[in-house]
Design a protein around this ligand. Structure first.
Ligand code: 13P
Ligand code: SF4
Length: 303
């Protein structure tokens, strides 16, 4: 316990007192990750929320992650430390957009990235995360797939599942979209022996250089396992910080300047402490949205 600061110790005490499970995404600040029961990519977070036996689940992440936990564990109290932490990509698609795409492509099934609202999940056939998208697209019983909202993840999946026709919604993650081909080429020139691990939310002109293209957890595992002494990281900056701390024997570089998701940084240690102390802010969803959205999310978790 001696390495924890006072506020972290309070969080650990409150977690125990209230029988709360704290799940953190890898993009939230490290001092929040350090007091979580599990630090996860989006797929693992959904799996752990679905299996939770605690009275309270606290989601240290953005709003759609809290909604997903509530959909998967509707009888639990699900708390979000920073309810104003949204995901701009999730906000780029509405249920009306999905219904329009369905009417334009009536033979297609709708695959919806988990980075979407519960209302969008409710009008989709199946959800996916970046680590499960390829498998789910391959196994989906159809020849055409409408993919929402991430055009970059969607085109990555389409390139790897050429036997199906994809209709892509034009959304994107503003943080990953900023990483450019010029950033990658400059980083590769500066560190020619480094391997490059990149998130599929980046554009095709960046992803094509990846020695590994994968979710946050897959990027971390790649960095841990590779024999390469230098690794270039193409995703949000907290991953670079986490790897530098975890693997001091390796040289870890972010490509370009640092790429920060401002919403994930709203999940501060103070916000987590107040959330546990006051048991706020509860995630609530309308019954009809909850039951419909749960079907597509359950299909993902059980796939
Ligand atoms: P993963 O952790 O599933 O890779 O998701 C990345 C992300 O952008 C979450 O918002
Ligand atoms: Fe959304 Fe991108 Fe932030 Fe993830 S990193 S929460 S996709 S804006």
């Amino acid at each position: 316990m001696e390495n924890f600061n006072e506020l972290q110790r309070e969080v650990l005490r409150l977690k125990k007192e209230k029988n709360a499970l704290v799940l953190a995404h890898y993009y939230v600040p490290l001092e929040v990750q350090d007091v979580a029961d599990a630090v996860c990519d989006s797929f693992a977070m959904a799996q752990k929320a679905a299996k939770a036996e605690n009275d309270i689940i606290v989601i240290c992440g953005v709003r759609f992650m809290g909604e997903s936990a509530k959909l998967l564990s509707p009888d639990k109290t699900v708390l979000l430390p920073s309810p104003d932490a949204g995901c701009p990509m999730a906000d780029m698609v509405t249920p009306e957009d999905v219904l329009r795409l369905r009417s334009e492509h009536p033979r297609a099934k709708v695959m919806c990235y988990v980075n979407s609202s519960a209302a969008v999940k409710a009008v989709s056939d199946v959800c996916c995360t970046s680590s499960s998208a390829l498998r789910i697209a391959k196994n989906l019983d159809c020849e055409e797939i409408i993919f929402v909202p991430d055009k970059h993840l969607g085109s990555f999946v389409a390139r790897h599942v050429p036997e199906k026709t994809f209709w892509l919604h034009p959304g994107f993650c503003p943080t990953h979209h900023k990483i450019s081909e010029a950033d990658v080429l400059a980083a590769k020139k500066a560190h020619p022996d480094a391997e490059f691990a990149v998130h599929p939310e980046c554009g095709e002109d960046v992803v094509k250089y990846g020695d590994l293209v994968g979710s946050t957890a897959e990027i971390l595992n790649f960095a841990r396992k590779t024999d390469a002494p230098e690794i270039l990281i193409g995703t949000e900056s907290e991953i670079v910080l986490r790897l530098r701390r975890e693997l001091p024997e390796k040289k870890i570089y972010g490509v370009g300047s640092s790429f920060v998701c401002p919403n994930m940084k709203k999940v501060t240690l103070e916000a987590l402490y107040e959330c546990l102390r006051d048991e706020k802010t509860k995630v609530e969803l309308p019954g009809d949205v909850l039951s419909a959205a749960r079907v597509s999310l359950d299909r993902m978790v059980n796939s």
